[in-house]
Design a protein around this ligand. Sequence first.
Ligand SMILES: C[S@@+](CC[C@H](N)C(=O)[O-])C[C@H]1O[C@@H](n2cnc3c(N)ncnc32)[C@H](O)[C@@H]1O
Length: 248
Amino acid sequence: MDRAAFSHRLTTTLQDMYDRAATSRQGLLSPVPVSRGGELLRQLGYPEELIRQIPEKLQDCAFPCANPLPRITEFEPESLLDLGCGAGLDLLFAARTCPQLDRLAGIENSTGLRDQAKKLLGRFPEEKKRITLHAGDFNRLQRISPAPADLILMNGSFNLVYDKPAFLRQAKDALNPEGTLLIYDFLLTEALPEGFSREPDNWLWNIGGALPPADLDRIAGSIGLQVETIRKLERIDPVVRCEIVIKR
Ligand SMILES: C[S@@+](CC[C@H](N)C(=O)[O-])C[C@H]1O[C@@H](n2cnc3c(N)ncnc32)[C@H](O)[C@@H]1O
């Protein structure tokens, strides 16, 4: 399969998986013994008072890699762009936690999860006024052309990008001059088995698209971005769950 065909197949496979995940506990997600919903949000340290405000069915539509709220609070952005925002929980939580955030936007390719995000925001009319949801593929960020943001968040979506250099070039343009790209995802601790990343299904759980730290550093550097910090959150060989801060 050539690169364009692979990238297209990956995008449609992901759309299908997350559309199914939006409405049911069945599908590709069910055979994998990982926490979901409120249990996952609590394990990752999201504040209890925020979780409790969300109906359980909408909690089930959260698929984060980590709780980004402490870092978002620390960075004090006035604008936030969440790429692969899913059902919009991070957008809502950020809007509730950071009063200085006056412009929040999310981009999401799954119709099912976008519908859940609309339901969620419908329950919070004050925050909804500050939040814009865009439909679309973040690999084609230039087409969607969101307003540049102080902070771009990717909570579990960076490793779903096939062509990372092409994507990062567009992400750089979507950042304000002093902007920050905040990624929560896996990096490799050891090489993946030969051929593993050639199978789209192996990308669905964010492993097939994981990079070694040195490759991320090199790719970011080649387009004028700087990997400022990598914080290791949990080692699960052959990957480590990380917080990655990239500066423009
Ligand atoms: C692991 S989930 C994380 C969702 C959300 N950030 C959260 O914390 O709940 C990855 C998300 O990225 C979205 N996604 C994957 N590929 C995408 C693409 N090419 N364009 C836009 N969204 C995409 C998926 O539909 C899914 O909502």
